[in-house]
Design a protein. Structure first.
Length: 75
């Protein structure tokens, strides 16, 4: 989904996705999972694995693995 956006909006989006990644990493779930979830949450409409990978600079395989990963509930 290649849409033009304000550079400030793009920077804020990138920071939020990175923060989501760091948060899930601190919780023991892995950085990519948080980045994928952050990207999906901030994207209006549907996203394919290719779209998410392009947005995050990750391979389709890395996104697929993160999307399928199950996590244990926090206790």
């Amino acid at each position: 989904m290649a849409t033009q956006q304000n550079p400030i909006v793009g920077e804020v989006r990138a920071r939020l996705v990175e923060l989501a990644g760091r948060t899930t990493q601190e919780l023991g779930m892995g950085r990519i999972i948080g980045q994928v979830l952050g990207d999906v949450y901030l994207t209006d409409g549907e996203s394919s694995l290719d779209d998410i990978g392009n947005n995050l600079g990750l391979s389709k395989a890395a996104v697929s693995i993160a999307a399928r990963r199950r996590t244990r509930p926090c206790r």
